[in-house]
Design a protein around this ligand. Sequence first.
Ligand SMILES: O=C(O)CCC(=O)C(=O)O
Length: 249
Amino acid sequence: MTEQDADAEMAAILRETFGDSQSDSDAEESESSRNRRPLHDSTHSIFGDTHIWEPIPEISGLWISRDFLSADQQSALLSALEKDGYLAEDSHNQAMKFGDLPDWAMELSYYIREDVAITSDNSKAACVFPSDLLWREPLFNQFIVNIYKPGEGICAHVDLMRFEDGIAIVSLESSCLMHFSPVEDENAEKNSAKIPVLLNPGSIVLMWGEARYRWKHEINRKPGFQKWDGEEIEQKRRVSVTLRKLCCV
Ligand SMILES: O=C(O)CCC(=O)C(=O)O
């Protein structure tokens, strides 16, 4: 199989699993009408049923959908990452890409936008992602793929200010707890004010507003820090995809 054939095959798999968000007729439409046209009736999207979005009550602007990617979609995404060389963990445990996103990242972005738009239409009260962020162009133009071996995590941080508000994190392969602590609280570690959020494979987290700017997030996979319902979470390799948009200069 030539490289072009392999690319075409991967694009077909992605379209099949995430939905055909860019049909030929789309190409004839203007960018804004394409992005705003209703692709759905009130209960179903072109991708199938919409997902359940839960707010994290303690943290304004933090939402999770635990059933966002099906098992097939997770496999397709992992295959695309593998094919693009992002899972070659011996050489690195973090890879970044800026600018034109590959097909799989575009498909994922359309999928997020579509699902959140339908959820917002259906539940007027819920603001999963503010509409000015949801309809910006592009929704995302940068991503990081992180690969964590068992025991590995990421220190508490707020994402750099060079990125706009509105960040998405997709989890694959292994569950973990992400802890959130308020930025102004230097003693959060001591007074255990950290809020744990369980990120299961196939879940997606959206962070905006206070969650993005006023809360640090971290993953501590040392023994004792990954307990859920009193049980230590089984640790395997974990892969995450973080999607962000660079601030315009
Ligand atoms: O792996 C994750 O879930 C979080 C990644 C993250 O916070 C980052 O790359 O800045």
